[in-house]
Design a binder for this molecule. Sequence first.
Ligand code: ADP
Ligand code: ZN
Ligand code: ZN
Length: 732
Amino acid sequence: MPILRLAIPSPLRAEFDYLPPADMDEEQLAELKPGIRIRVSFGRREVIGFLMAVVPSSSIDASKLKTALEILDPTPLISETLVALCEWAATYYQHPVGEVMPAAFPPGLRKGRVHIPRGDPGWSLTVQGKGLPQGALGRSKKQALALKILQQQGLTPTTVFSQNNISAAVLRALRDKGLIQAELLKLAPTTAQCHETHELNSNQEVVVDALIQHLGMFGAHLLEGVTGSGKTEVYLQLIAHCLRLQQQVLVLIPEIGLTPQTLQRFETRFSGSIVSLHSGLTDGARQRAWEAARDGSAHIILGTRSAIFTPIANLGLIVVDEEHDASYKQQDGFRYSARDIAVKRAHLENCPVLLGSATPSLESIYNAREGRYKHYLLPERAGGSVLPSILPVDIRKQELWGGLSSTVIESVRETLANGQQALLFLNRRGYAPTLQCHDCGWIAECRSCDARLTVHRRRGKLRCHHCNASQHLPHQCPTCQSRSLMTAGLGTEQAEEFLRQQFSQWPVHRVDSDSMTGRDAMQLLVDKVMKGEPCILLGTQMLTKGHHFPAVSLVAILDVDSALFSADFRGEERMAQLLTQVGGRAGRAEIPGQVILQTHYPDNPALLATVQMPYGEHARQILVKREDTGMPPAGKLLMLRTDSVDAETGEQFLLKLRQQVEGRLPATTKLIGPLPSPMQRRAGKFRSQMLVITPNRQFAQFAAAELVKIAQTLPLGRGMKWSIDVDPLDTF
Ligand code: ADP
Ligand code: ZN
Ligand code: ZN
């Protein structure tokens, strides 16, 4: 009796063996393919598992195996390639495959809903029917006619039979004889049209030509192009080419906030089916988009991180826009990088992957330098606009109003008077990051985290940005009852308040996750700003990603210093990316742009490097430092983390893990920790961590497997959890 080996959604890192349902015959068993959904009982629950393999025997005695309850799909809903991708990701990230496989399905199907394929009903011949000589059904004229049609046409729509006066009863009779079977017709392919395009400049042409040469085979291509250099135009023209070849294209973008504008740009360029996949969709909408990608009717699939697991019938190209963006990495649970998985998927699907950015990650720059990625440059802005000039402003000893120096205030005034828009960047929402008692020094802190509470004055709240705890803004100090409470530091609410007073005749738009609530908030704002009327945009990171605001000619970064002193090894890279990206919003059209950086540290080397040299050059300097220290991308990292109710439990666990694993790892693999995490307490849990530095991917994979193998055997303290993060984004 063959055994079904299943991936089951559970934190256990194992596959589980089941006996096939009793009523299945050998022929049916032979049909079972990896990826099929199967309902089984697991512990005390009924769950939906995924078939990974049919194996001849199990290490567990057959009498102890449970029987699977129901085979949900006659054939797998996802391709073998996608199953292989999930298996690869589970191994690479050391995550249970049972929690990876569901990523390839929409929620309804994960829960076991019946899959109803789309298409028009039709009939086709069975193997038996095909073997029948013409005229074999001589006595029944209608049946013979139906058979003749099928022999001539293959899969035939039901309507053809009714046109020929063949009734449903006749077709049923043939089916009962086992000669024909009902089958859905593939949806008629709609063709995608591409509307007017730009004539490519020579740099763009090089990329498009090269990629066209590489269609149909794997290759990773890095497109490094300054903001506004026409990267998106390159994507669009490549996509047009793929569509002409009847191929589908998957485009990954970093965040949902970007979707409306990007979607719009694609929709204006192409008539055809463009579906978008992101976290803001209802289950129904998600399932429809998934289905259209799967059955080949969607031409372009535009999605955020998780869309990398979408089944796509005829994938011709993957584009990862803003490939450096941190949101491609999932930060909890299944901690994967969609960018890295995109490269693997392209490999398995035999298609090219195009990674684009104005500020590529050091990983991608390194891969290009090592010859693993092809590399293309777009060094100039398309359409003739010039890159903005950058002016650091020393704000030491200067008076600030709402966080703005007189230089910034004057520049904003001038910009508005010239009929242009100003964008002010401050990566801290709320009114102020600290509430303090002037008399006794009390500071409002979160009860569950090692963090201060942020003042949200408009809503009259103190809020924790780490655990979302919220309380009323106190009027007096809880320790000494003094009423002299004061705020310190600056958030977007406060800057907004000042700007509204100072520039009352102009609109001020605050853009952060507090103000941009609701599905269409971002779109409405973008529409307003695109009209080009003078206004002030004030916002956090949310504002800076990929938006095209042609009338913005001034960008001011109010608090560069907060980015200067990151304890993380990626700090300088992140700062350089952020400043280049934010600065890149200025002067997109005919108006030359100006970027102002307010800082207390005008001599900081990292800041100077960002100001004085192009990102690409700066990045390559940082890369040299990483190679010296063996940090990524030169080396590879793993991070083990624990969460526990007290500080010791987690650290003890990691210590035991370290002691047991150390002897098994090569000397070049370095362990650092266990240590308390930089924010030790968060949402009431104590956190600790251990960092593993290895010289390359093979060593990292080996260490990851060993660590997980041992960690699974160690007793867990009460309420304790551990996790492994392969290629962590930061060392916090
Ligand atoms: P990026 O994606 O690199 O930021 P875009 O593709 O958005 O750049 O291009 C920036 C602007 O330049 C857009 O308005 C775009 O329409 C225009 N553009 C791009 N390529 C060309 C070209 N070859 N000729 C003229 N304009 C172009
Ligand atoms: Zn006090
Ligand atoms: Zn908190």
